[in-house]
Design a protein around this ligand. Structure first.
Ligand code: ATP
Ligand code: MG
Length: 566
């Protein structure tokens, strides 16, 4: 899965991108400079796939004392917006990276225009007035040469004049385009006179209506790298076939041999049970299938943050999967594993009952309250302790009681002893039901000699249950999440409608939960382990007197169990 190998000294060996960079440095390329960029298009929120790109773009710069800039690839005004620009900046910072400068491809619109004019003047670009369909039909196939456009050899002056008028808004969108004149018979389809400029009338979020002719990705990306002084332009594998064109335009631009950027491609991150295309994520948001980009079920960085994933766990995960030249799909269980591993170290342990039923300790004095000390984190004793109130009336989980229990039910059932976490051993004596047969109260007796820490507390008891005091606990809402999609790889299910693949039970809201009083102090995004239930965080929707928690991840992978059974 990963190409990150551990060498004998126990140090990580280089990934293939680091090897390339080190070789370039050894050979003295680009005056031994390292400069990278992270180039998002501001047309959506960042997802976990982008985090993988961010980690290598910024990581390479950090490792080789170089710089990494943030560059917004804003060449398509129709889909772009400042809302996305702001969210992208926030997410990169949350991941713990720092850019050197912020650039925009739109900063280079004039330079790109001048370069296009230069190519026209040299007979290397021309205005094509054919329809998009005709141009596509003339492209040929990888084994069959394309057909040259009848406009291919039109006079240079004509192309120059039309290009100018294209940008002045004289023509409708699609009426004509600018194409590079390269080779209609090339075995690389991207060389068959690629489109480099098109007309877009929609105002741009930065340049307004200054431009009506906009460069295509292939005519903006490499050139932007060049204008900025990027040395290593790292991107995903689908751009490998674009690399010859990237190099072609750099050759046309560069004035000497002292500097040229190089493109390096790595495998995209795909995760099971989710989608990673911005177009599909936008569709989920627009159709209200999720509650916004930061819905905790979304694979977006802001969704993960809201759900309670830590930036450290996301970075550890990316580190584990590594960078290769082969596309594949990573089991989301690996990401969840990284989340658990990190939260286990940092999350205070607290008590919460999400499906409460009352437990009355009949031999415990009415009105008596004991404050019991509990360890915040057994993995980190420096995290200290806090107190939890114990009293005669408690809540436990409904699932922790059975009236007629099978032999191996080690939880609460009449006649059996269980330990109440951090407090006493109690023996169940019975229960009360309402007219529908629903259990409304459970009864037990406690043994005062078994308080945690007392000599008798060592008695062998098979089950330990979590609980909260009825009078001292606080009401809370708890949101439980499951996979957003039922299909392991939804993007592969081409014959099925996207909607059919959604998991109808991806969100469960529990409104009658009880949490221990300590949680009144919780701040939005704070992490906790609810004993026996999983890791949770306080949702920013919480208000004074209304606590809302998200389940970040369960303690064990329930989904894997389901899969193993089937
Ligand atoms: P989408 O196809 O979802 O719209 P994109 O590739 O168009 O994504 P960009 O904003 O252009 O999104 O991506 C910025 C950078 O992030 C690019 O270098 C791109 O290669 C990288 N990137 C995007 N998706 C992934 C992914 N799933 N795994 C790794 N890197 C990714
Ligand atoms: Mg893109």
């Amino acid at each position: 899965m990963s190409d990150v190998k551990v060498s004998e000294e126990g140090k990580k060996s280089l990934n293939f991108i680091e090897s390339i960079v080190e070789k370039d440095l050894t050979e003295g390329k680009n005056s031994k400079r390292v400069q990278t960029r992270f180039p998002p298009e501001p047309n959506g929120y960042l997802h976990i796939g982008h985090a993988k790109a961010i980690c290598i773009d910024f990581g390479i710069a950090e490792r080789y004392n170089g710089v990494c800039n943030l560059r917004f690839d804003d060449t398509n005004p129709v889909k772009e917006d400042v809302e996305y620009v702001d969210s992208i900046k926030e997410d990169i910072q949350w991941l713990g990276f720092h850019w050197n400068e912020i650039y925009y491809a739109s900063d280079y619109f004039q330079q790109l225009w001048d370069f296009a004019v230069k190519l026209i003047k040299e007979g290397k670009a021309y205005i094509d007035e054919q329809s998009a369909e005709t141009i596509a039909a003339q492209k040929g196939t990888p084994t069959q040469a394309g057909v040259e456009s009848p406009y291919r050899n039109r006079p240079i002056e004509e192309s120059l004049d039309l290009f100018k008028r294209m940008n002045e808004g004289e023509f409708e969108e699609g009426r004509m385009i600018l194409r590079a004149k390269i080779d209609m018979a090339s075995s690389n389809m991207h060389f068959r006179d690629p489109i480099i400029y098109r007309i877009i009338k929609h105002p741009h979020h930065r340049t307004g209506t200054d431009w009506k002719a906009y460069p295509m990705y292939d005519f903006a990306h490499g050139q932007s790298d060049f204008f900025e002084g990027v040395t290593h332009s790292i991107c995903t594998l689908e751009f490998e076939v674009h690399r010859p064109l990237y190099d072609y335009f750099i050759d046309e631009l560069k004035e000497d041999d002292n500097y040229r950027p190089r493109q390096i491609e790595f495998n995209r991150l795909n995760l099971t049970y989710t989608v990673m295309s911005k177009r599909k994520l936008l569709q989920l948001v627009k159709e209200g299938l999720v509650n916004g980009w930061d819905d905790p079920r979304m694979p977006t960085i802001c969704g993960f943050r809201r759900r309670g994933y830590t930036s450290q766990s996301v970075r550890n995960f990316i580190d584990k999967i590594g960078y290769t030249k082969y596309d594949g799909i990573i089991d989301v269980a690996l990401l969840e594993h990284a989340v658990r591993e990190d939260l286990n170290k940092i999350a205070p342990r607290v008590s919460a009952v999400i499906n409460p039923v009352k437990l009355i300790i009949t031999n415990y004095p009415e009105g008596q309250v004991e404050m019991l000390e509990t360890v915040n984190n057994p993995e980190d004793l420096s995290a200290g302790t806090h107190e939890i109130a114990f009293s005669r009336e408690l809540y436990i989980e409904r699932e922790d009681f059975m009236e007629d229990a099978p032999k191996k039910f080690f939880r609460m059932t009449p006649g059996q002893e269980v330990r109440l976490k951090s407090s006493y051993i109690v023996k169940c004596t019975g229960c009360k039901k309402d007219e529908n047969g629903e259990i409304v109260e459970i009864y037990a007796e406690f043994d005062p000699m078994t308080k945690s820490g007392m000599p008798d507390s060592n008695r062998k008891i098979k089950g330990t249950l979590h609980w909260v005091s009825a009078a001292h606990s606080l009401p809370a809402e708890v949101r439980l999440y499951d996979r957003l999609f039922m299909a392991e790889n939804p993007s592969e299910e081409k014959d099925k409608d996207f909607h059919e693949l959604l998991n109808p039970d991806s969100l469960t809201v529990l409104r009658n939960c009880r949490v221990e009083a300590e949680l009144a102090k919780a701040k939005p995004y704070d992490h906790f382990q609810f004993q026996r239930l999983g890791y949770f965080n306080l949702d920013p929707d919480s208000k004074e007197g209304k606590l809302i928690f998200n389940r970040t991840v369960s303690l064990k992978d329930t989904w894997t169990k389901v899969k193993d059974k089937s």
